[in-house]
Design a protein around this ligand. Sequence first.
Ligand code: PLP
Length: 401
Amino acid sequence: NSVFAKVTQGPPDAILGITEAFKTDSFAEKINLGVGAYRDDAGKPYVLPSVKEAELRLVQQMLDKEYAGITGVPAFTKLAATLAYSPESKAITEDRLMITQSISGTGALRIGGEFLARWYPHGKTIYVPSPTWANHGAVFRDSGLEVKSYRYYDQKTISLDIDGLLDDLSSIPKKSMVLLHACAHNPTGVDPTPDQWKMIAEVMKKNELFPFFDMAYQGFASGDADKDAFALRYFVEQDFELVLAQSFAKNMGLYGERVGAFSLVTASPEEKKRVDSQIKIVVRPLYSNPPVHGARIASEIMGDEKLNAQWLGEVKGMADRIIAMRSLLRENLEKLGSSRSWTHITSQIGMFCYSGLTPEQVDDLRFKHSVYLTRDGRISMAGVTTKNVTRLAESIYAVTE
Ligand code: PLP
C-alpha cells in the first residue's frame, strides 16, 4: 500500500472550477463571468501603465535581490499605511500604527488570524458577514479561530439587511471579533452607506466588538481611494482599536505579485512595539520574509507624486468601465422587456454583481448559452464588455423569463 493511499479526494475550488469548464468550451462567443480579476473592454488582462513605468524604473536601478526584513519593504509599508488611513490619521501621527507587508490580502488575513488567535484576550470567535468571500472561513479556521456569521444580505430585496445586521451585532457575545468588508463587498457588491457605517460603529462600540477590516478593493469601488476608505477612517476617528488586511491585487492589478499589508491600530507607541515583536514571531516560521519585487513596484508608484496621480486615474478608469458595464447590462435587460427589476445591477458596487439568479438559472446559462458564473449567481462585472453585453443580456433574459 502506498503511503498516501488514505488521502481522500478534496472538492475542487468552486471559482477555479468555472474557469476550467470555460476553457474546454469551444463556442467562440463564450463568456467567463467567474474570475475575480479585472479585464479590459477586449476581455484581456490589464497591466496598468503606471505599473509598467514603475517596473521600467526598477529595472534601470539594477537593485540587488537581498532579503527584506520580516515585515517587508519599509518604503512600501509606510505608503500603504497612508493610502489606507490617510497621512493625517491619528493612528499614524501618534505613532500607534503597526504595519507589516504580507502575501497579498489573503496573507494579511492569515497573519491577522494567527495573531488574534494567540493574543486577542476576549475569546476566539470571529463573526463574518453572510455571505462573505469564500476563503474567509478557511483562513480564519486554519488560524485557530472559530468562525460564525452575522446577517448582511437580504435575498428578497437584493440589498443590505441593515436591521438584521444591527440586530446580530447587538446580540452576539460582547467583545467578539467582527470581520467587515471595508468597501466593494465580495460577493454581493452591496455596501453600507456612510450613515449606515455610523450606525454599525455605534452598535459595535456599545457591544465592545473588535473590528477586523478587509480592504481588498480600495479605489475599485467608487473610483476614489479616499472615499472607499471612509469606513476604516471613521472607525479610527471613533477611537476603535482595530486591524486591517490590505491587498494591491485589484487596485494595482498586481494579482500574481502578491502585494499586501496587515496593520494594527494600537493604543500607544509602546504597545505598537510589543505587537510588532509578536507579528514577527508569527511571520518568521510562515515564510521568513515577503517577496520584494511587487512591493517595490507599489512604493515606486505611491512614492512619486506624478506616478501616483497617474495610478489613481487608472484605478478610476477601471472602476468607471465596470460602472459603465453595469448600466449597459441593466439597460439591455430592460430593453428586452424583462419583467424583473434589475436596478440592483447599478446600485451594487465593485467588481461583483449579486444577480439574484438561482443555481438552476446559472446552470441554464452555462449549458444553453456558454455563459459561466458561480452557482450563487455572482457575476464578475470585469468579464462584461461592450462586445458581449448584448448577448449576455439576451442569455439572462432567456433563462429568467
Ligand atoms: N478579501 C476579499 C474580500 C477578496 O475578494 C479577495 C480577493 O478576491 C481577497 C481578500 C484577497 O485577495 P488577494 O490575496 O489576491 O489579495
